[in-house]
Design a protein around this ligand. Sequence first.
Ligand code: FE2
Length: 242
Amino acid sequence: MRILQITDLHLGLEGEDTNGVDVRANFDKILKEVPEHQPDHIVISGDLCFRDGDPNIYSWIKEKLDHLTIPYDLISGNHDNPSMIAKTFAYNGRLKEGELYYTNVIEGEFIIFLDTTTGVVSQKQLNWLKEQLAAHQEELIIFMHHPPLIGGVPFMDSKHYLRNMDEVQAVLTAHPYNLTIFTGHYHVEKTIRYKNLEVNITPSCFFQIDQQSREFKVDHYRVGFRKIEVENKMLRHSVCYL
Ligand SMILES: [Fe+2]
C-alpha cells in the first residue's frame, strides 16, 4: 500500500498574488512527479486554499486530481471550508454537521481522517474517534491537519497549535497500539514521538517555516510531499523534495 501525502497547497484565486510564490506551479510540479512513485492513493491533508475556502479553487484542484486517475482523499485545514470541499468533491456522506471526518480502507489498511478546521477536534468528533479506535484494536494510521503534539516549532506552537491538544492526546494515547499520524499545517518536516504516538509533519507546497524563530520567518522554499508505504505490516515513510 503506497500513499502520497501532499499538504498545505495554499492556492489563491486565478491570478491572485500568494506572497510571490507560484503555488499553482508548485502543485503542478508535484502532480507531475506523482505517477513515477506509483501510489495506490493520494491524500491532501488540508489548507488547499490560500486564506479562505473557495469553490473555484476546489474545482481547479478536483480537475487536476481527477486527471491523474489515482484515487484520493482530502481533509480540511484551517484555511478551508469543509462544506464547500464536501460539495465540490461529492463527499456528502462524509460531512457531519459541517465537519468532514470519516474512515476509508485503502488497499486493506483502515485509515481515520479528522477535521481540525476550527483549530480543535470537536467533542462530537472525539466521541466518534473513541468509537473508531475501540472497534479497531490494532496499529492504525490517522490523517489530520493540525499535529496533536507540540511540534518544537516556536512560532507555530505559540500561535497556531491545536487548541484542545490535551483532550485529543488523552483519546489517542488510550489506544493500546501504536498510532502513526500524518499532518501538515506547521510547514516543516518533522517527526515527534509521545507514548504510542508518532506524529509526522509533512512540508507544505508553499514555503517552510523556520524551526527556531518565535516570530514568523520563512526557512526555505523547497516543496515536497511524503511517501507512505505499508508492506507486510511494516510501515515506512519519507519526504521527497522536488
Ligand atoms: Fe494550516
